[in-house]
Ligand binder design. Structure first.
Ligand SMILES: Cc1ncc(COP(=O)(O)O)c(C=O)c1O
Length: 449
């Protein structure tokens, strides 16, 4: 006996014993008794349910949330001022930390390649036809910058994190992840098949407790962000290095938001905290301070060579386009000489965050330019809408899963290109909005932990 699923020819399943068939997508054969059937499970049901019932955003907030989260950007969106819908809008939510996105040298490097070879060159994945001299040069420069033996360039930052973790860990290994580690690291850990344990955010004591429960012979790695992309705080790397050395664990740091931003020379969180040579593998993206796209792993030659041959996101995807590699090489040169831009970025950060605190906003324990303004429920969505519509300011709202469910943040990021006057425009608007959103600005304990 079998039942058929309407609209999917050929899909037949054995009849189940109980329940009534309710789903209009599931049709009975006319000769079959109704009580012998059961609603078939459909893995897409959640998508239909999401249209009218979601834990992430209440139905009555949905239109506003979609309006602010999927607002269309103009192409020239890096800021600090952009043209959007015929208005001049102040951009305060991109990761163009050093203001290199529109740098003429970076643009020229990319356009020269595009003019001669198009956008797709080189066609193919790295191990097939996709490796070019520009990749090798970029890898040499990144290794030199990060002071490691070698580097490997991926075509995307999230691919870098996923593919690296997935390649380095396997079912016999243990991965210890900070609870707030970036989603791409968590994905990599899941793909790897390794045992995964989470320690409380930035809590070395909890990490040590987990390490103590682990047999010394167990191969393991601790995986953290250098700078947490939503909270803006840094991993306590010196303490984490101590623990990794004490318990024989490898340490991998995703410094997407630290690279170019932290440390005297912009080498990242590990430089700032004085532990560069104690980190086993440095991961980074090209999409933040470098303002292009792509990612990289930098570390010992053996590890990088292993990744070159095993990381699924190197093997099974197209190589970084040559125009991006050329632009990133140029951006890296600029970044290495960007001491003044970095100083301006940090001065802007202090001005903005001091101003928000003085206005009574809760911005948690951020230690970097990432500035989260905490809201209850979807409040940040309403703040973002008011800022855009009433004041012409673009500040992005962030919801679950990037922050704990039931909370939201307005994520504001000053760059080196903002002037004091720009930031004051934003602070003035926030001061005016404070009376309206005073309740909304109380932080949720889970989001500040
Ligand atoms: C900490 C962290 N890691 C990895 C990524 C992924 O980088 P990309 O956007 O370049 O893919 C991001 C960006 O969102 C990030 O914030």
């Amino acid at each position: 006996m079998e039942i058929r699923v309407a609209g999917r020819s050929g899909l037949t399943l054995p009849t189940l014993r109980t329940s009534v068939l309710e789903d209009p997508k599931v049709a009975l054969r006319a000769d079959e008794p109704r009580q012998e059937t059961k609603k078939l499970g459909d893995i897409f049901d959640k998508c239909v349910r999401f249209q009218h019932d979601s834990r992430i955003v209440k139905q009555e907030d949905r239109a506003t949330a979609e309006g602010v989260m999927y607002r269309r950007s103009p192409l020239d969106n890096a800021g600090p001022w952009i043209e959007a819908n015929g208005r001049r809008v102040l951009q305060l939510s991109t990761n163009d930390y050093l203001g290199l996105a529109n740098h003429p040298r970076v643009r020229k490097a990319a356009t020269e390649i595009v003019r001669r070879y198009g956008v797709s060159a080189p066609m193919g994945a790295r191990p097939l036809t996709g490796s070019i001299e520009l990749h090798t040069e970029l890898e040499r420069e990144l290794a030199d910058f990060k002071r490691t033996e070698r580097a490997l360039v991926f075509s995307n930052g999230a691919h870098t994190m996923m593919g690296t973790i997935a390649a380095l860990a396997g079912p016999r290994d243990l991965i210890l992840l900070d609870r707030y580690a970036h989603a791409s690291l968590v994905c990599g850990a899941k793909i790897s098949g390794a045992r995964v344990r989470f320690f409380r955010h930035n809590d070395p004591e909890h990490l040590e407790a987990l390490l103590l429960e682990t047999p010394p012979t167990q191969p393991k790695m601790v995986v953290v962000d250098g700078v947490y992309s939503m909270q803006g705080d840094m991993a306590p790397l010196p303490e984490i290095c101590d623990l990794c050395e004490k318990y024989g664990s490898r340490l991998i740091v995703d410094d997407a938001h630290g690279t170019g931003v932290c440390g005297e020379n912009g080498r990242g969180t590990a430089e700032l905290l004085g532990v560069e040579d104690r980190v086993d593998l440095h991961l980074g993206t090209c999409s933040k301070a470098l303002a292009t796209t792509g990612g990289f792993a930098a570390g010992d030659a053996a590890v990088i060579d292993y990744l070159r041959f095993t990381a699924p996101t190197i093997l099974f995807t197209k190589a970084m386009p040559a125009c991006v590699a050329a632009a990133t090489l140029e951006a890296l040169k600029l970044l290495r000489a960007a001491g003044d831009r970095r100083k301006k970025l940090w001065a802007n950060r202090a001005f903005l965050q001091d101003g928000l605190r003085a206005a009574g906003y809760h911005i948690g324990g951020t230690e970097t330019p990432i500035t989260p303004i905490f809201g209850n429920g979807t409040d940040a969505v309403y703040m973002g809408t008011a800022l855009y519509e009433e004041y012409g300011i673009w500040a992005s709202a962030v919801l679950y899963p990037a922050v704990p469910i039931g909370t939201s943040i307005l994520r504001v990021i000053p760059t080196a290109n903002h002037t004091r006057k720009d930031l004051q425009v934003f602070l003035d608007a926030m001061i005016k909005l404070k009376t309206r959103y005073s309740e909304a600005c109380e932080p949720q304990p889970s989001s500040v932990a």
